[in-house]
Write a protein that binds this ligand. Structure first.
Ligand code: PRT
Ligand code: ZN
Length: 213
């Protein structure tokens, strides 16, 4: 049987449109958006799986998918042993620490002994350790920005793009700890047939990117 690449994409979220658009620009056709969970391309040996972004690194590690598109923030936070094969240049954002606007920020040591709410305990923990700061990390899965106003934490560490969410929650960004964009990840060991399909795909992706620059 000839090889088919299995590619995991975010079903519905901030990565989805640009991911679908990228394959379209590469001339690879498939159906999406009809509630389907998978779709076979009509003109390239690829099958697309539509998943939640957080699950994609794990599926790639386990070999359920050969490739996936995720934010670098999610790939690094999950710590799965997958290979980053290309940066895609969209869904750019940063992971930043923010505190209530009225706080006089004197530097990262300000957080010593404080509580910080985040959905990124690993990235934050690593950063605090590097900075020699001892703070309590409270992991919460969503609506991180409300934590200070409800007394759960003195600071937050969350994804920022325009900054308007922080602003509307009375917070100010004080330290950027990680910069992220969408990346193409792969299972570390692909057989020769799949690797040659990945090479073909990468060639097309690079051509699309070159045409835009
Ligand atoms: O349902 P599923 O689990 O698949 O999606 P999700 O809700 O977990 O993720 P989603 O779609 O919100 O984000 C997917 C990826 O997009 C993230 O992992 C980042 O790599 C990237 N990305 C880019 C962002 C943002 N920009 C972003 N602004 N992810 C989240 N946000 C959120 C942020 O958490 C905060 O609540 O938007 C808010 C801040 O935005 P601004 O513009 O107000 O600063
Ligand atoms: Zn998610």
């Amino acid at each position: 049987m000839s090889s088919v690449l299995r590619i995991a994409l975010q079903k519905n979220g901030r990565l989805s449109e640009d991911s679908y658009q990228l394959f379209k620009e590469c001339g690879i056709r498939f159906d999406y958006g009809t509630g389907k969970l998978k779709s076979i391309s009509s003109n390239f040996p690829a099958e697309f799986l539509f998943l939640r972004d957080d699950d994609i690194p794990g599926y790639v590690e386990d070999g359920v998918a050969d490739l996936g598109i995720v934010g670098e923030n999610v790939a690094v936070e999950t710590g799965r042993p997958v290979t980053t094969i290309h940066k895609l240049g969209f869904s750019k954002c940063r992971l930043s620490i923010a505190v209530p606007r009225g706080i006089e920020w004197t530097g990262i040591q300000h957080l010593d002994g404080k509580n910080i709410a985040t959905s990124y305990p690993n990235l934050l923990g690593k950063y605090l350790a590097e900075q020699g700061v001892k703070a309590e990390i409270h992991e919460i899965s969503g609506s991180v920005e409300i934590a200070p106003s409800i007394g759960l934490a003195e600071a937050v560490c969350d994804i920022v793009s325009s900054g308007s969410t922080l602003l509307s929650n009375g917070l100010k960004e004080v330290e950027t700890i990680f910069r992220s964009e969408a990346i193409l990840i792969a299972r570390p060991e692909l057989d020769a047939d799949k690797q040659s399909l990945v090479d073909k795909l990468l060639f097309r992706i690079k051509s699309v990117q070159a045409a835009k620059n």
